[in-house]
Design a protein around this ligand. Structure first.
Ligand code: 5GP
Ligand code: ZN
Length: 127
């Protein structure tokens, strides 16, 4: 996936909800919860591990700002913060993005385990 066919390199100005010098943020196009938000570096890189120290800092600053905004608007009860890094890990858009996923009490039957549910048969270690 190059810049030319990368959906995140085609994000339009009006979709951007926050940006700083190095990262931008917009809502996920297929949200799994209200205010599911993505944060990406402006630079087209695939992996979290390619971030410079400055981009890393800018990304985490944005994460905190966006979380505070969502808290004020929707008062979620928790968050999943996730990166699918690499095809084997489930990444479908090869431009690094951090998922900020607000969670709400009762939004699923039993939220225990969170990201462990990538392997449903191994998720519930407490049983
Ligand atoms: P991944 O599986 O790579 O971690 O997640 C890709 C995410 O990008 C998905 O949650 C999907 O809903 C979102 N997405 C894919 N294409 C677009 C798009 O064109 N616009 C927006 N806003 N989100 C997209
Ligand atoms: Zn891109």
């Amino acid at each position: 996936m190059s810049r030319l066919n990368c959906p995140f390199c085609q994000i339009e100005e009006q979709q951007i909800i926050f940006q700083n010098e190095l990262v931008i943020s917009f809502r996920d196009g297929f949200p799994i919860s209200p205010r599911h938000t993505l944060i990406i570096p402006k630079r087209h890189i695939a992996s979290f591990f390619e971030l410079t120290a400055q981009e890393h800092q800018a990304l985490f600053e944005a994460l905190h700002i966006l979380k505070t905004e969502i808290d004020q608007e929707f008062t979620p009860d928790g968050y999943n913060i996730g990166i699918n890094d690499g095809l084997a890990a489930g990444q479908t858009v090869m431009h690094l993005h951090v998922h900020l996923i607000p969670r709400y009490k009762g939004d699923c039957t039993d939220p225990r385990g969170g990201v462990r549910w990538i392997f449903p048969e191994k998720a519930a270690y407490w049983l």
